[in-house]
Design a protein around this ligand. Structure first.
Ligand SMILES: NC(=O)C1=CN([C@@H]2O[C@H](COP(=O)(O)OP(=O)(O)OC[C@H]3O[C@@H](n4cnc5c(N)ncnc54)[C@H](OP(=O)(O)O)[C@@H]3O)[C@@H](O)[C@H]2O)C=CC1
Ligand SMILES: O=CCCC(=O)O
Length: 284
């Protein structure tokens, strides 16, 4: 996600400096004109605004607050925008560390996957320092089609987790439908067409359905991240004693899929967890 977002900033003429743990992934951006610094600390020290797009809470904290993390290089007059999907507590921890240096913090997780990231069509769910939201508005507009400002740090993270909780359950339910269709002798390709014309139409069904029917899961949103988001959403629900049995059941399916080596496949590979071969081995 970070690469296509950075690519769009470069294309728009933004003066860009990049860092990634695996440096080779920066090379295409460097060849297009991005500068490179060897640590998050040095990126933050040399830029007015630093964007972070990391895998999960642990990596987001490491890159912001760890040794050679961004907080060591940032300070007054600068801003840190974390666009990773994390939980509110993680975001608050990072915010406190960044704010303690005199810099501003904005959480801005995104809705939309690889293609919207490439097309500059993401949806930003932001919260935190309003002044930074206003400063980076034009950059968010380059990478996205809309942006929401939701108030205090934690609200953007919570909104993102609720959205992805719904999405994870939808995909699990769609998977059940595709397999049931096939089992009763109906053509699942026709199901995809029927669904696409009715009230439950969602772009992800028509985009991912045809490849799911062929047991192909080209990665846009890695399954391990969908399971991470369900896990974090269940924690959010528990924190307010909200019952979420559908999401809890879906989470179990993603865990089964992960245990069968599907972590780096697209999250639509959750359908494999419902196939009888896997179910059989789980029951042994
Ligand atoms: N893919 C999607 O459709 C969407 C993803 N998201 C969210 O965006 C974030 C990134 O997703 P995505 O790009 O798909 O994920 P990837 O797994 O492709 O990328 C994860 C990034 O995090 C880095 N990273 C992982 N662990 C560490 C660590 N310990 N220290 C430093 N860097 C680390 C990776 O570095 P390296 O290259 O070295 O491995 C890589 O740059 C996640 O939070 C995800 O939930 C949000 C919306 C859509
Ligand atoms: O976090 C990933 C979201 C993927 C999407 O919105 O299509």
């Amino acid at each position: 996600m970070g690469s296509p977002m950075a690519h769009n900033l470069l294309k728009a003429g933004v003066d860009l400096t990049v860092w990634n743990r695996t440096k080779t992934k920066c090379d295409p951006l460097i060849s297009l004109g991005a500068k490179y610094k060897p640590s998050p600390e040095e990126v933050a020290a040399s830029c007015d605004v630093t964007f972070a797009m990391l895998a999960d809470p642990q990596s987001a904290v490491d890159v912001a607050c760890g040794k050679h993390g961004a907080a060591n290089g940032i300070g007054p007059g600068k801003g840190y925008v974390d666009v990773s999907t994390v939980d509110g507590d993680t975001s608050k921890l990072i915010s406190a560390q960044i704010n303690s240096t005199g810099a501003l913090f904005l959480e801005a997780p995104v809705s939309g996957s690889k293609k919207p990231a490439e097309d500059g069509q993401l949806i930003f769910l932001t919260a935190g320092d309003k002044a930074l939201y206003e400063t980076v508005g034009s950059l968010l507009d380059i990478m996205g089609k809309s942006k929401f400002y939701l108030g205090d740090v934690g609200n953007g993270a919570a909104m993102k987790l609720v959205v992805n909780m719904i999405m994870g359950s939808m995909m699990a339910s769609f998977s059940e439908g595709l397999l049931l269709c096939e089992k009763v002798g109906l053509d699942p390709d026709v199901l995809v067409k029927v669904v696409s014309q009715g009230a439950i139409n969602a772009p992800m069904y028509s985009t991912k359905g045809p490849s799911m029917i062929q047991s192909l899961y080209p990665t846009a949103f890695p399954l391990k991240h969908q399971q991470k988001d369900l896990r974090l959403a269940l924690g959010l629900a528990e924190s307010v004693s909200q019952s979420t049995p559908i999401a809890a059941a879906a989470n179990e399916l993603y865990k089964v899929a992960k245990s069968h080596g599907l972590s780096d496949q697209d999250f639509s590979a959750v359908i494999e967890a419902l196939k009888s071969k896997i179910q059989h081995s789980e029951n042994q």
